[in-house]
Design a protein around this ligand. Structure first.
Ligand code: GRF
Length: 213
């Protein structure tokens, strides 16, 4: 059975979507552990309540960023994950750590990359006048919010949208595409060719480009 380790920092709703999909769809994989860089994040409570092994690598508990990165890398290495999922993990990982998990580390980002990498994506999308926004699941490369794109969910920006209404709709799309992308990866159905990722033998309803209301 493959081992997934999920890294979180905050609310943990994407982590929960993964836990739900893993158990409801009876994946041939398990969430081996959740690692949080914040000891009191809601994600920690959610992981505990689900009985998932929780490791806290407190970002404020180290003298330097390097010491934190070292501890995070050691914690991950001990868990021997087949796949690492960054599900709202709000730290930039060092290149050396990313390179230890080539095409074995996924990230969910709340924009249609390559548009709006980084923070405050919903506000930036609204301010830009874009009519379409969304979310992206991608393999992680050392560059921030970059790497081969596995799946994207797009939705229309409405005139009445505020940052919070847009964020809520994007989040609900995230909860759909993240488990889907993880499952495709676990099933060995993703072929990576440079920046492009192709899904093997997609069924009629399966697509890497999804449209949400
Ligand atoms: C999500 O929007 C994710 O895309 C971004 O941070 C947010 C985390 O939300 N990277 P949650 O902790 O999964 O609820």
């Amino acid at each position: 059975m493959k081992k997934i380790v999920v890294l979180v920092s905050g609310r943990g709703s994407n982590m929960t979507a993964l836990l739900d999909a893993c158990s409801e769809q009876r994946w041939n994989a398990r969430i081996e552990a959740v690692i949080s860089d914040r000891p009191h994040s809601p994600a920690c409570d959610r992981a505990r309540s689900r009985g998932v092994r929780l490791e806290v690598v407190d970002a404020n508990g180290f003298a330097s960023r390097q010491a934190f990165n070292q501890s995070l890398g050691d914690t991950l290495a001990c868990l021997q994950p087949d796949l690492v999922v960054l599900a709202g993990f709000m730290r930039i990982l060092p290149t050396e750590l990313v390179e230890q998990y080539p095409l074995r580390m996924l990230n969910i980002h709340p924009s249609l990359l390559p548009a709006f990498p980084g923070l405050h994506t919903h506000r930036r999308a609204l301010d830009s006048g874009a009519r379409i926004h969304g979310a992206t699941v991608h393999y992680v490369s050392p560059e921030l919010d970059a790497g081969p794109i596995i799946a994207q969910a797009a939705l229309a920006i409405q005139d009445v949208d505020t940052e919070s209404t847009l964020a809520a709709r994007v989040l609900s799309a995230e909860h759909h595409i993240l488990p889907l992308a993880v499952k495709w990866h676990l099933d060995g159905r993703l072929q990576v060719d440079g920046a492009r990722v192709r899904l093997d033998s997609p069924a009629a309803a399966e697509t890497q480009s999804m449209w949400f209301a």
